[in-house]
Design a protein around this ligand. Structure first.
Ligand code: ADP
Length: 189
């Protein structure tokens, strides 16, 4: 694991609430997980930030798959996700989830962001996958404040983990210490 910090709220206790959530600081393209989630845009055409990093690391097969998906679905709605193979990433699939652009917080952003996490988990569980790694969706170019986004992300994942599924290991791979510290604070609150 490339991360330099790790916090967990696993079954083993340690003062953390229930769940199977781990926080890692690092680059999601170096992580091994059954599913790696990408913070995509609705056109599924790649972009900057984590999207660009994932496509660069995974190689051209992923965009080729998206090229085939796009004509079938038009675009991927905000809050929804599509699945491709993982190319050169150390994963079975990439789940491309489309987060909301933050426009002040009163425009349904929280529900749309929560939906990204739920949909990604649902798509992974549908495929009987056990581990999934998320970046902090929408908190880069899309401007979602980190603390608010962390609250939505963790609540959404915890909600999903209340029901039985194949998912055992949910990791948030946080880029930089500020994101890691914020998620740690929210996870432990
Ligand atoms: P969005 O458009 O959804 O805001 P961004 O890619 O701009 O997507 O940013 C989402 C989050 O991903 C940000 O917190 C950003 O710091 C983080 N990020 C960028 N590159 C990586 C990476 N290689 N691994 C993990 N997280 C990353």
């Amino acid at each position: 694991m490339a991360g330099c910090g790790e916090a967990a709220d696993g079954r083993s206790g340690g003062g953390w609430p229930i769940g199977f959530i781990r926080l890692v600081q690092g680059d999601i393209t170096t992580v091994e997980a059954d599913a790696i989630v990408n913070a995509a845009n609705s056109d599924l055409i790649g972009g900057g930030g984590v999207d660009g990093a994932i496509h660069r690391a995974a190689g051209p097969s992923v965009m080729a798959e998206l090229d085939a998906i796009r004509p079938k679905i038009g675009c991927c709605e905000t809050g929804k996700a599509v699945v491709t193979g993982a190319g050169r990433l150390n994963a079975k699939v990439i789940i491309h989830a489309v987060g909301p652009i933050y426009r002040g917080g009163a425009n349904g952003e929280a529900e749309l962001l929560a939906s990204c996490y739920r949909e990604s988990l649902r798509l992974a569980a549908e495929r009987s996958l056990r581990s999934i790694a998320f970046p902090s969706i929408s908190t880069g170019i899309y401007g979602y404040p980190m603390e608010e986004a962390a609250g939505v992300a963790i609540a959404s994942v915890r909600g999903f983990l209340q029901q039985p599924s194949s998912i055992e290991d949910v990791r948030f791979v946080l880029f930089g210490s500020a994101a890691y510290v914020t998620f740690s604070r929210v996870l432990s609150s």
